[in-house]
Design a protein around this ligand. Structure first.
Ligand SMILES: [Zn+2]
Length: 281
């Protein structure tokens, strides 16, 4: 082979090698609560089940898109084996992780580096759920997850729980700015918010009325600096709202919510890919 032929051959080969393997973004979907502690409930419909249903719809959407590699913590059969095993085999490690992270964060508050934030009131998670949620954060960072999406339906403390409550609408929670994953999570939260906003009202609960709500205390968002990667928690609406009042209404709404959440996530990562820095956690 002559030198010029070799040169041509090399030229032909270059594009093959220079097309960088576009790596897909790993997305972890977390349907809020579980069968042991199912969040809120309205007329026999449990939040944990609504969360799974919507989460699986979102899972299917992301799975069809080769730009994403998608994971989910649980489905109708409970926790996926990978997560059930992880919680079981790492209990001590996770407890230590919680303890260390809390101590560090409390120090930051004490020495004035971090200001304690006035969060929207949320029910405290049970001990078992606390362990799982921190475990999910740890797992997400160990597995290079690019975004964690927490799925919830809302409620608030009220006495006549068989009657409809007074608030309606959706809200997207993002890590408050003192948390280390805040900068990366905020734009993702705004993209998802924008997409849902096309069809849904923002929550009319005063503290959620900004639509995108920063929070320092939600474990799902990386409380006590326990998460490096992006995380958003979506409250899709109040569980008692009329748009969810029958099986078919719920089904139709959830399909649309899943579609629009997917589009928000996709648009965010498309936007990120156009910027001259790398996608990833
Ligand atoms: Zn919830």
């Amino acid at each position: 082979m002559s030198l010029s032929n070799l040169f041509i051959l090399l030229l032909l080969l270059i594009p093959v090698f220079s097309v960088s393997a576009k790596t897909s973004v790993k997305v972890l979907i977390v349907p809020g609560h579980d069968d042991g502690s199912w969040g809120t409930e309205f007329l026999g419909v449990k939040e944990a089940d609504m969360n799974v249903k919507l989460a699986l719809m979102l899972y299917d959407r992301l799975k069809q898109d080769k730009n994403f590699e998608v994971f989910i913590t649980r489905d109708w059969n409970g926790y996926k084996k990978e997560f059930a095993d992880y919680f079981q085999n790492n209990e001590e490690v996770i407890l230590q992780f919680i303890k260390n992270s809390k101590e560090k964060f409390d120090d930051k508050i004490r020495n004035g580096e971090v200001e304690e934030f006035e969060n929207v009131y949320h029910n405290d998670a049970s001990d078992g759920m606390v362990l799982k949620l921190y475990g999910i954060n740890k797992w997400a960072d160990e597995n290079n997850i690019g975004a964690v999406i927490h799925i919830h339906f809302n409620d608030y403390p009220r006495t006549k729980t068989h009657q409809r409550g007074k608030y309606k609408g959706f809200a997207v929670y993002i890590p408050e700015e003192s948390l280390k994953n805040s900068k990366a999570s905020s734009p993702l939260g705004f993209f998802v918010f924008n997409s849902l906003f096309k069809n849904y009202y923002i929550s009319d609960y005063k503290k959620e009325s900004g639509g995108v709500v920063p929070d320092q205390s939600l474990i799902a968002l990386g409380a006590n600096n326990t998460l490096n990667t992006r995380s958003v928690l979506i409250e899709y609406g109040y569980i008692y709202e009329r748009i969810f009042s029958t099986y078919y209404k719920r089904e139709a709404q959830m399909k649309r919510m899943a579609k629009q959440t997917y589009e928000g996530i996709k648009k965010y990562f498309d936007y990120l890919a156009q910027k001259p820095h790398k996608i990833g956690a």
